[in-house]
Design a protein. Structure first.
Length: 683
């Protein structure tokens, strides 16, 4: 049996609406549209409005009927609207999408687009109009922002080109000045030594003064060259493993003698044990020399200067403290700016080009450290800077150095991969594996990896450092490319991580770093510029920074010695300390963003000051009060929506923590870790 064919209904039969239904639908549509919709008669009276229009007037739709725009808007605005109405009534033409600045009934200025369409009767006469007004303030503002952005980008491009031209000009001029300067300096030295003939005392004094000024000019040129390299991102640091105490003492005699000429007592307070860190020795010497030089210049006769080195948990901190003229708090922001002169009233011979501290800031931050100042007029200044503290202690022995040098002479690229267990003594106490077995197992992992990765046609990899007491291995990889070195490191990391996972050792962190350095011989002249030697470090430990820091964004209160309270924002926290952001001085109502203020000696938040931090642990009603010591500070500048926000990031080490508070901190860290894990989806 064939199925019956269904008759296709016409569109008119599919949907049938009564006039009342159509009116209801149209009314609902008009009322639901967020734009303002209205009907007016020829006298400008509103005869029908939608809900959006009524809401804007603060009345009900029925209450608006019969009123004109003059009943709601300022007369100036109402006259403009009436003029547009009159145009539509008289010409019978529509006004479509007219964009204009308007004023709402509540007095708020905005931007709108308005369309007014004439309404005709059956004879074609205009009897009124229909209008739609849409608020386009957000769109106009976005377009204005785009225009402003384009203007700013064009200005930035011009500034960038000007900066580039300035840097190139400084570089060329500085280089060109250097050559004749060296010739003049050598000539003066020959004359001063009497090679060109015997000098009278007066002539010799003039020559010495000229030589001194040449040295000053040479320092200025060197500063200009350094700033040019920094601006062009061409300043390269050459790292070496440096005995930091010896680095400071190498120049101490010169500065002590210079200070004695002004009857200034200069002392060095260094830690009793040796500090070996990876730094660019020449550049850090430049920073130290600049700070001591400034201290001597701006300290009056019979004053005191102290150079102090402190070993912090993860950093080495250097302090240059003087009893000099001091610096006004309002001048702090200028200190580290290029070409900035704070003490303009000082004699010209004491002033430079204003680049020393700005270069020092760039060099310290390039090393991964912080630099800051605390001062007050008449009470001296304290300049501080920090450097990351590394744990490599043993230097390469003679045989290894000779092998490295022979490879470098052949222009063979070398990678030195250093595997180091940070804080090995404490680390081996908290793991289940016996120290001897741990050492043997890790050595087995290293040997197996080397065998698998070895290529017969290339130089053989070699373990050149092996320290059971320190938990350290260094492996030499000749003829290795960058990608291969990364692959080798990844293999080491993956296998070591798997080893600890198998032994159920939790909280093990493996980190990778890169550095290259100078190799110097005994007379301190450069023997080999190891541009082809690359050092990669894999650090293993319960905490790379001794204590694992966890991001902690919460409001805290900081209390100072006089119990002055300062609300702050926490940044991160660990078992041993925390960092927080400080936007203003506790004794000043203006923020650093508004005033550019820094923290002076007259305020309790200074380096090594003891403070109390009050925070509320997660899932706890009780507040936790912890005593801490200010270890370092860094001024931060952030660009937010076109405006610069300035604040200090402050690092604090916890002190005098009893067992109960240690447990509270551990619980807080555990809850933060759990929350972070949950946020990552439990991965």
């Amino acid at each position: 049996m064939k199925p019956k064919k269904r008759k296709r209904l016409s569109a008119s039969k599919e949907v049938s609406l009564t006039p009342e239904a159509k009116l209801s639908l149209l009314t609902e549509l008009v009322d639901q549209i967020p734009d303002v919709i209205y009907f007016k008669d020829r006298k400008g009276r509103l005869i029908l409005v939608n809900k959006a229009h009524a809401k804007g007037t603060g009345l009900k739709a029925d209450e608006v009927r019969g009123k004109t725009d003059f009943d709601f808007f300022p007369s100036s605005r109402a006259r403009i609207m009436a003029k547009d109405d009159s145009y539509v009534f008289q010409t019978g033409k529509a006004i479509v999408d007219k964009i204009e600045r308007a004023t709402r009934v509540d007095g708020v200025d905005n931007y709108v687009t308005t369309t007014k369409i004439p309404r005709f009767d059956k004879k074609g006469n205009v009897i009124g109009l229909m209008g739609i007004t849409r608020d386009i303030t957000a769109r106009v503002q976005l377009e204005q922002l785009k225009e402003e952005k384009e203007k700013i980008l064009r200005k930035l491009q011009v500034l960038e080109e000007m900066t580039k031209m300035k840097s190139e000009f400084l570089s060329v001029v500085s280089h060109e000045l250097n050559t004749p300067l060296i010739i003049v300096k050598e000539a003066l030295s020959l004359v001063a030594d009497g090679i060109a003939g015997k000098l009278t005392p007066k002539q010799k004094d003039l020559i010495l003064k000229a030589t001194s000024n040449l040295e000053r000019l040479k320092r200025m040129i060197d500063d200009l060259l350094d700033m040019s390299r920094i601006e062009k991102h061409k300043l390269v640091l050459h790292y070496s493993l440096v005995n930091f105490n010896e680095l400071l003492l190498a120049s101490s005699d010169f500065f002590i003698k210079w200070a004695e000429e002004k009857n200034i007592h200069l002392t060095y307070q260094l830690p009793p044990r040796q500090i070996n860190i990876f730094i660019d020795a020449e550049r850090i010497s430049q920073v130290i020399s600049n700070l001591i030089n400034n201290a001597i210049k701006f300290t009056e006769r019979n004053g005191k200067i102290k150079v102090e080195v402190s070993i912090l948990e993860t950093k080495v901190r250097v302090s240059v403290i003087d009893t000099g003229i001091g610096i006004a708090e309002k001048d702090f922001p200028k200190l580290f700016r290029k070409f900035s002169q704070v003490n303009k009233d000082m004699p010209t011979r004491k002033r430079g080009v204003g680049l020393g501290l700005s270069i020092a800031k760039e060099l310290i931050e390039k090393h991964g450290g912080e630099i800051w100042v605390e001062s007050k007029p008449g009470q001296g200044s304290r300049f501080y800077f920090t450097l990351p503290r590394f744990y490599t202690e043993k230097a390469l022995d003679k045989g290894v150095r000779e092998r490295i040098n022979s490879l470098l002479d052949k222009r063979i690229s070398i990678y030195l991969i250093n595997i180091l267990i940070v804080n090995f003594n404490s680390f081996k106490r908290r793991i289940t594996v016996k120290p001897h077995k741990l050492f043997k197992d890790l050595k087995s992992i290293i040997d197996r990896t080397l065998r698998e990765l070895r290529r017969p046609e290339r130089e053989k990899p070699q373990v050149i450092l092996e320290g059971y007491q320190r938990g350290e291995w260094s492996i030499l990889f000749p003829e290795t490319k960058e990608g291969e070195a990364v692959g080798i490191c990844d293999a080491f990391k993956a296998r070591i991580d798997k080893y600890f996972s198998q032994h159920k050792v939790k909280g093990v962190f493996i980190n990778l770093g890169i550095m290259s350095y100078f190799q110097k011989d005994q007379d301190s002249t450069t023997k080999h510029l190891l541009s082809n030697l690359h050092v990669k470090r894999i650090s293993i430990g319960s905490e790379i920074r001794k204590h694992k820091r966890i991001e902690y964004r919460a409001d805290i209160d900081v209390f100072f010695a006089d119990n002055k309270r300062m609300p702050s924002q926490a940044v991160d926290i660990s078992q041993g300390g925390m960092a927080f952001a400080l936007e203003r001085s506790p004794y000043d109502t203006a923020s650093l963003s508004d005033s550019g203020l820094s923290l002076g000696l007259d305020q309790p938040l200074k380096t090594d000051a003891t403070i109390d931090i009050v925070l509320k642990p997660m899932n706890s009603r009780k507040l936790l009060r912890i005593k801490g010591r200010v270890a370092w500070m860094r001024q931060i500048e952030e660009n937010i929506s076109g405006s610069t926000k300035k604040y200090y990031k402050v690092g604090v080490e916890f002190v005098k923590i009893n067992e109960a508070k240690k447990k509270q901190i551990k619980r807080l860290l555990a809850s933060l870790s759990a929350a972070e894990k949950k946020k990552r989806g439990g991965k």
